[in-house]
Ligand binder design. Structure first.
Ligand code: UT7
Length: 329
C-alpha cells in the first residue's frame, strides 16, 4: 500500500488593521475596567478594522503575504479556503472575493464556517485535498472582522474580540516536515451557547431583530469556558496519541487564543511547561480563526520554528467545534 502523503506549510503571513482599541478606550464606552479585562481574559488591546474594510480585505493582504513567503504566484494556487465567522456577505463566499482579489485565477474557492476552529478545519481539509491528488497547493486563510458583529453594549462580549487575518500555503512535503496527525470533532447540540442568532433563514433580518441586536455575537461565556478547556485538552491528547508523539516532545503549544485563563488551564491539563505555550491574546484579543496562523508567522519571524520542532495546535469554538494538529516543522 502507498504511504500516505505528508503535507506541510510552505509560507505564512498575516495582516492586522492599524487602529488599536485599548482597555482604557473601552473604559470610556462601557462599564468595565482595564483590570477586569486583563485579569479575566488576558487582553490588553485589540485591532479594529476601518469602516471600509471587510473580512476579505484583511484576508487578501494576509494571503498575499503568505504567497510571497512561499515564493508562489497567485495563479499557482489550486484552492482557496477561507475560514471565517464574519463573512463579507451571506453569499457569495468571502473566499471568492479573496480569490479574485489575489488573482488566484486557477483556484476554486470556498468558505469554511467552523467557529474558532475554522482554520484548523481548513488545514485538515487542505491536507485531504492534497493527499487525494485534488490540489497541489492550497491557500488556507482565517480572517475575521468580529468587531462589526459585536454588541458594544454587552460588556461580557465586546471586550473580547478583535479583527485580523492569517494565512498559510499548504503543499505536499518531500521531507520529514509536516502534519503528523489531526483530530477534529463537533457537537451541534450546544450551538445555542455561542451564536449569532439572526440574519440567516432561521430568523431573517427584520426591524425587530435589529432592534434586539440579534445580528451580534451572543455567548454564555462561562459555559463556553468550561467546554473549551475540556475539549481542547481532549483533542490535543487524541492528536498526540495518533501521532505517537509524547507530550514532553512538544516544543511549542499554540492554543486558540480565547482567554489566557483557558490557555493556562489547557496547558496545565496537558502538563506542557508555561514557556512552551504561545500567547498573543494580550495584543490582538480573540481573533478567532486568525490567531493560529498569526502565531505561526510570529514564531517563524522569531526563529522559534526550526527543522524538527514539534508544534501542537488546538482550537475550540462555536458549533461547538474543536480540533488539534500535531506538526513537525
Ligand atoms: O473563542 C470562542 C470561544 N470563546 C471562549 O472560549 C470564551 C469563553 N469565556 C470566557 O472567556 C469568560 O467566560 C469571559 C471572559 C467571557 C467572562 O469571564 P468570567 O470569569 O466567566 O466572568 P462572568 O461572565 O462569570 O462574569 C463575572 C462578573 C459578572 O458580574 P456579577 O454577576 O458577578 O456581579 C459580570 O457581570 O463580571 C461581570 N462582567 C464584567 N465586569 C467588568 C462581565 N463582563 C465584564 C466586563 N467588565 N467587561
Amino acid at each position: 500500500m502507498d504511504k500516505k502523503k505528508r503535507v506541510k506549510i510552505t509560507g505564512t503571513g498575516f495582516y492586522v488593521p492599524d487602529q488599536i482599541l485599548t482597555n482604557a478606550d473601552l473604559e470610556k464606552i462601557i462599564d468595565t475596567t482595564d483590570e477586569w479585562i486583563l485579569t479575566r481574559s488576558g487582553i490588553r488591546e485589540r485591532r479594529i478594522a476601518r469602516e471600509d474594510q471587510a473580512t476579505s480585505d484583511l484576508c487578501i493582504e494576509a494571503g498575499r503575504r503568505a504567497l510571497e513567503d512561499a515564493d508562489l504566484e497567485p495563479s499557482e494556487i489550486d484552492a482557496v479556503i477561507v475560514a471565517t465567522n464574519s463573512p463579507d456577505t451571506m453569499f457569495p463566499a468571502t473566499a471568492c472575493y479573496v480569490q479574485s482579489g489575489l488573482g488566484a485565477n486557477h483556484a476554486p474557492a470556498f468558505d469554511l464556517i467552523a467557529g474558532c476552529t475554522g482554520w484548523i478545519y481548513g488545514l485538515i481539509v487542505a491536507e485531504g485535498l492534497i493527499c487525494a491528488g485534488t490540489a497541489r497547493r492550497v491557500l488556507v486563510v482565517g480572517g475575521e472582522v468580529l468587531t462589526k458583529l459585536t454588541n458594544w453594549k454587552d460588556r461580557g462580549t465586546c471586550v473580547l474580540f478583535g479583527d485580523a487575518a492569517g494565512a498559510a500555503v499548504v503543499e505536499e512535503s518531500h521531507d520529514e516536515a509536516g502534519i503528523l496527525s489531526h483530530f477534529w470533532k463537533a457537537d451541534g447540540s450546544l450551538a445555542g451557547l455561542l451564536h449569532l442568532p439572526a440574519g440567516g433563514t432561521r430568523r431573517p433580518a427584520t426591524l425587530q431583530t435589529v432592534a434586539e441586536r440579534l445580528h451580534t455575537i451572543h455567548m454564555k461565556g462561562n459555559e463556553v469556558y468550561k467546554h473549551a478547556v475540556k475539549r481542547m485538552g481532549e483533542a490535543s491528547e487524541e492528536a498526540l496519541k495518533r501521532a505517537q508523539v509524547s507530550k514532553d516532545r512538544i516544543d511549542i503549544f499554540i492554543p486558540h487564543q480565547a482567554n489566557s485563563r483557558i490557555i493556562e488551564a489547557v496547558g496545565e491539563r496537558l502538563e506542557i511547561d508555561r514557556e512552551k505555550v504561545y500567547v498573543n491574546i494580550d495584543r490582538y484579543g480573540n481573533v478567532s480563526v486568525a490567531c493560529i496562523p498569526i502565531a505561526l508567522h510570529e514564531l517563524r519571524q522569531a526563529k522559534k520554528l526550526r527543522p524538527g520542532t514539534h508544534v501542537l495546535l488546538a482550537a475550540f469554538g462555536a458549533g461547538f467545534t474543536w480540533g488539534a494538529v500535531v506538526y513537525r516543522w
